[in-house]
Each structure stands twice: as structure tokens, then as C-alpha cells.
Design a protein. Structure first.
Length: 342
């Protein structure tokens, strides 16, 4: 079905889904959420003391829930690297959960279903200030707190060579996957399409891995993928298909940057995904967030474990550092993070 989205419809579409749990934000409560852990089991424990047979500190260890993103993006594997570092440096056990990413993760932090999460700095700004997305309008997520910024989240507009899509104007009339309903990717995609003057398109909504399959099968013409390059799902697609990244440059880039203050210049380098030339585009910033209810000592310990051991990471290491960890921070810092960064 072809959709024509104006700004009001954009806000409604992106805010109405994925944040149903925000009804419990102001005052806590709400139903217990069963989450699937990375080992395939189920767990409903969040930031509680869990008895173990051989844990530190008298046989107990603190279990923290860390919400990431889809398994085909960057959030999930990076979160698992954070898990390894934190567990190696502290007595915390980290449960990493695959999610719909930024917008969903804000709701989980607000409700207390997550203790830490990766989100985009633009979504954090919308949530904390009660604007930009309908679910946040007039209802700021007051307990959302920042920990650290990490790396640019590159906006990939992905297509295949045989679609004939070469410029943003070619997206008019196309079938476009804008990301999971309620995700930060969908927020960015719809906002960017509006800024580029693309209002006539058919919208699909899935995660990165499913979008890759849709492109391969010819079910969609293009997909928005927001993540630090190289994104695993696009790399896998490029292994068998001639991938193209639709450039956002010149007047188009100016229009996108004028639409919101958190977009910055970026590019996907040549050689990535088999590209012959760099693909100019824009980006937002990935960040670690938590909630105000987390103890200061917990946040300081987790933050210290990560940023004192960046050399143990293998993902986005060109960007993640203590020195740059407050660049683009769009919300109030948690006191524990403030204690570490000084």
C-alpha cells in the first residue's frame, strides 16, 4: 500500500508502536517481562542479587539486564563484547537481550526492565525532552540517564544494483523497509524521507536481517539500516549481491541536517560492502544509557570496566574512547558516569 506521510503522520507512526510499555514509566509497576537470554533460555531477573555456587563476594553476584538491538546490527555483538569485559572486570553478570533497539530500549529502561541499553542520541533527546515521537510528546522519560557516547551510527540507504535506484529521488514510488516499527531506525528513515521530499512510497517494517532477505528476494527496493559500518546484515548481503548505498550529499544532505540538529556528515568508505567509491551520507550517535534508579556505584563500575579496557574490544575501536565518550551526549549524565568521567 502506498503511503503519503506528513510530519504529523510520521510522529504517530513511529511513536505508537514499540513503546506501549511506557504507560508504566511514570511511577514504575507494570507487568513482568519474560526475556530471552543469549543462550536461548528465559529469564525475568533484572538487577537483583542471584545466588550462585561459586560467585564472588560471598557467593552472590549481581545480574544486570542489558538491552541491545537486532542480531544483524552492531548493537548486539558490541553488547556481547561489553558483557565479556564487564564480567571479566567486575562481579556483575550481564544478560544481553536482542530487541527492536533504540525506541523499545528507552521503554525498557523507563520501566526498569533493562538496567543498561544501547540507544541513539537523537532518540534519547526526544525521550528525555518529551518531543519528536508521539509517545514522548508531553511525557518526558524523566528517569532516562546517559552513560557514554560510542560511535557514529551511519545512515545506510541500502539497495541492489539491479533496482535502478541511484539517487534519493529514485526512492519515490519504491517499496522501502524503514526498520522495525517503533525503532530508532524508523524514526530516522521517516524523518529523512520527509526531508528529501519523498512522500509516495510503500513501507515495510522489519529488522536488518529480514530486510536483507527482502532485498535479496526482490520484495523491497531499498532499506534503511542505521548502524556503525560494517553492519553484519549488509556484509552478508554483499557476499552474494551487488550492494549499493544511496548517497545523501549536497543539497540533500543539507536538507537532512536542517531537519534535525543531531545529524552529522558521514560516509561509508570504499571497500566496505564491496563499494568501489565512498558513499556520502549522514549519521547519528550510538550511546549507552541507563536509568536514574541504578546505584551510582553500579554505573561507575560498569563504565570504568568498559572504558579502562577498550583494548579488549574488537568492534568500533577507532571511535570508542574515554576522551570522546561525551561527544554528542544529548541527555543528563547518570551520577555514576559523572563520577568516572569527572
Amino acid at each position: 500500500m502506498t503511503r503519503k506521510l506528513d510530519r504529523r503522520q510520521f510522529i504517530a507512526a513511529t511513536g505508537a508502536v514499540g513503546l506501549a510499555g511506557l504507560a508504566g514509566c511514570s511511577g514504575g509497576g507494570g507487568e513482568e517481562t519474560t526475556t530471552t537470554t543469549e543462550s536461548g533460555g528465559e529469564d525475568t531477573t533484572t538487577a537483583e542479587e542471584t545466588t550462585t555456587e561459586s560467585g564472588g563476594n560471598g557467593g552472590t553476584e549481581s545480574r544486570l539486564s542489558w538491552h541491545a538491538g537486532g542480531t544483524g546490527g552492531t548493537y548486539y555483538p558490541l553488547s556481547n563484547e561489553f558483557k565479556s569485559v564487564i564480567e571479566g572486570q567486575t562481579d556483575f553478570t550481564i544478560q544481553v537481550q536482542s530487541t527492536g533497539a533504540s525506541v523499545e530500549n528507552v521503554g525498557s529502561l523507563a520501566r526498569g526492565d533493562a538496567d543498561f541499553a544501547l540507544i541513539q542520541n537523537d532518540v534519547a533527546y526526544f525521550a528525555r525532552n518529551g518531543e519528536g515521537i508521539e509517545a514522548f510528546q508531553g511525557s518526558p522519560v524523566e528517569n532516562l540517564r546517559g552513560v557514554a557516547t560510542l560511535y557514529p551510527e551511519t545512515i545506510h540507504v541500502v539497495t541492489l544494483a539491479d533496482t535502478g535506484i541511484e539517487t534519493p529521488s529514485d526512492l519515490s514510488g519504491a517499496t522501502i523497509n524503514t526498520g522495525d516499527l517503533g525503532s530508532g531506525t524508523q524514526v530516522n528513515a521517516t524523518q529523512i524521507l520527509e526531508a528529501l521530499g519523498i512522500s509516495d512510497y510503500s513501507e515495510q517494517n522489519t529488522g536488518f536481517s529480514q530486510a536483507s532477505d527482502q532485498l535479496k528476494n526482490g520484495d523491497i527496493d531499498a532499506a534503511f539500516v542505521v548502524g556503525g559500518w560494517p553492519v553484519g546484515a549488509i556484509e552478508e548481503l554483499a557476499a552474494t549481491e551487488d550492494v549499493r548505498i544511496v548517497p545523501i550529499e549536497g543539497e540533500n544532505r543539507t536538507a537532512v541536517k536542517d531537519a534535525a540538529p543531531f545529524y552529522a556528515d558521514d560516509e561509508v568508505p570504499s571497500g566496505t560492502y564491496g563499494l568501489e567509491n565512498p558513499a556520502p551520507t549522514v549519521s547519528v550517535q550510538a550511546m549507552i544509557a541507563t536509568n536514574a534508579e541504578q546505584p551510582e556505584s553500579t554505573v561507575e563500575s560498569v563504565t570504568s570496566a568498559i572504558f579502562e579496557n577498550v583494548d579488549e574490544l574488537t568492534i568500533k575501536t577507532d571511535f570508542i574512547s574515554k576522551e570522546s565518550a561525551q561527544d554528542g551526549m544529548s541527555i543528563e549524565l547518570h551520577p555514576g558516569a559523572q563520577a568516572y568521567f569527572g
